[in-house]
Write a protein of this length. Structure first.
Length: 76
């Protein structure tokens, strides 16, 4: 479930935050409206901890553990 879509706190990029409402691990695919140069998983303070590889259209796929909050930052 998407819980936030907002500009990054530093004004450089867009943050998508959501959480897995199930107790099972799920696969999540995010399709931004356009490709971005950098995509990364970030913590709640928006500090990157894991880069993500986007396909040619900008789509990224990641896993979310049961009840996990996931934040993804899209930057130029």
């Amino acid at each position: 479930m998407i819980s936030a879509l907002k500009q990054a706190e530093d004004g450089n990029g867009w943050l998508v935050r959501g959480y897995n409402v199930t107790g099972d691990e799920i696969q999540v695919t995010l399709q931004p409206w356009r490709p971005f140069a950098q995509v990364a998983r970030v913590n709640l303070a928006e500090a990157p901890f894991a880069p993500l590889a986007a396909d040619e259209g900008g789509r990224v796929t990641l896993r979310a553990r049961g009840h996990e909050i996931v934040s993804v930052l899209f930057r130029e």
